[in-house]
Design a protein around this ligand. Structure first.
Ligand SMILES: Cc1cc2nc3c(=O)[nH]c(=O)nc-3n(C[C@H](O)[C@H](O)[C@H](O)COP(=O)(O)OP(=O)(O)OC[C@H]3O[C@@H](n4cnc5c(N)ncnc54)[C@H](O)[C@@H]3O)c2cc1C
Length: 385
């Protein structure tokens, strides 16, 4: 880099784009973020934040404001239709993995604060329609904006990524999901269960209960993409109550659902070309069974800022180093999460046996938590926890 202030144009104000903006701005870059929507919004109710994401938030100076009011569950439990526990991961105790849950709005507003406090500009209602690997974006109105670095973080359906010819593989995974918030009423679950994170599996359907604040629980319903009987803007409650009798009080509180998203997998030929880097769901979308899509977006974005600001090299060399550093762990996480998702298709009895065997395997446990417990690039080991 020359001695003048380097400039980055970032496309997309989701978890990936905002993290990149904040991390670059904190390292002395001038940054403009373009968000096509009129406001910077969070979709998807609640979110799990593990040590890796918390490490990034700490480095951006917004960990405390993100976790204020967060829920720290004592375990993550997988149960079957009859409410028998198939697997249990103790969390948040001494020596155990750290994970907490917050409302997505809280995370997004903390990242907005991190970016703007560090001097980044966020322009809403501003959509990019093309990107030039020599270092520029073109906005929908035709304006061309040059940059030392372009960050493409426009989500799983990224038009810009496709325009660059970087896409290796994009697969729909045949499972759809609706996410809602419901009040954490005292009669939602027995008191002994209420603070835990619980996922129930019933046939090929799946229900996740996530307390996400003192007053809110985030619920995710998952079913095969062809399971028409289970989907709708108003969920067919009898269908879900029959599948999950022990979560009937949760199901009875679910109101209209905004959308049924299909899980996807994205893999790129390369994460960069010229002066353009692609990250987040645009580069490495994964099914959400490890709660790590956002964590991986934050690690990739933070690692990018580190690679572009520390050490020597041309932009192309720095981007290649960034990909070599970040991609293997993210690829592992994508694959692991995909494998867990396939358990939904396994019949109940073998699934029960499989889960209890895997639950006892230490190497499975380590593999599952590799990204969650990773220390983001450039951070001292202690601050990643
Ligand atoms: C059911 C479910 C549960 C999940 N749970 C978790 C979890 O617990 N923990 C976790 O870490 N992750 C979780 N994830 C994954 C996580 O939500 C995603 O990985 C993350 O939100 C991706 O962020 P992103 O910034 O890459 O993309 P997005 O959040 O999709 O942001 C992209 C942004 O770009 C904007 N945009 C698009 N095109 C343009 C354009 N041309 N110009 C300008 N702006 C544009 C969009 O409006 C959007 O704001 C979950 C995902 C799902 C589906």
């Amino acid at each position: 880099m020359s001695s003048r202030t380097p400039h980055a144009e970032v496309v997309g104000a989701g978890i990936g784009g905002l993290t990149a903006a904040a991390a670059l701005a904190r390292r002395g870059w001038s940054v403009t973020v373009h968000e096509r929507e009129d406001t910077v919004r969070a979709f998807g109710s609640g979110i799990y934040l593990w040590s890796n994401g918390l490490g990034v938030l700490g480095d951006l100076g917004v960990r405390e404001r993100t976790v204020e009011g967060a829920h720290h569950g004592p375990s993550i439990q997988t149960r079957d239709r009859r409410n028998r526990t198939l697997a249990r991961l103790p969390t948040n105790g001494p020596g155990q993995v750290q994970v907490l849950t917050v409302l997505r709005e809280r995370l997004i507003s903390a990242l907005v604060a991190a970016a703007t406090d560090a001097g980044a500009e966020i322009v809403t209602g501003s959509a990019a329609h093309a990107v030039d690997p020599r270092g520029a974006i073109v906005l929908d109105g035709g304006e061309r904006r040059a940059a030392d670095l372009v960050v493409v973080a426009d989500g799983v359906g990224s038009r810009l990524r496709d325009g660059l010819g970087l896409l290796g593989r994009r697969r729909r995974l045949g499972q759809r999901c609706a996410r809602v918030l419901i009040p954490r009423d005292t009669d939602l679950l027995p008191a002994a269960d209420a603070d835990h994170y619980i996922e129930w599996m019933s046939g090929r359907r799946f229900l996740l209960y996530t307390p996400s604040s003192v007053t809110d629980a985030y619920i995710a319903l998952v079913c095969p993409a062809g399971d028409r009987e289970a989907m709708g803007a108003e969920i067919p409650r009898p269908v879900w109550e029959r599948a999950f009798p022990h979560a009937a009080s949760i199901v009875s509180r679910i109101g209209p659902v905004a959308r049924w998203d299909e899980f996807e997998w994205v893999e790129l030929r390369s994460w960069s070309t010229g002066r353009v880097a692609v990250l987040g769901d645009a580069a490495h979308a994964q099914p959400p069974y490890l709660g790590q899509g956002g964590g991986c977006a934050m690690m990739a974005a933070h690692g990018l800022a580190h690679a572009m600001s520390c050490g020597a090299g041309t932009p192309a060399e720095r981007l290649a180093r960034w990909e070599r550093t970040e991609r293997p762990l993210i690829r592992h996480t994508q694959r692991f999460s995909y494998g867990i998702g396939r358990l939904n298709d396994v019949p109940e009895l073998p699934r029960r046996l499989l889960l209890s065997t895997l639950g006892r395997s230490r190497s499975f446990g380590r593999s599952r938590l590799r990204a969650a417990q990773a220390v983001p690039t450039g951070l001292p080991r202690a601050s990643g926890r």
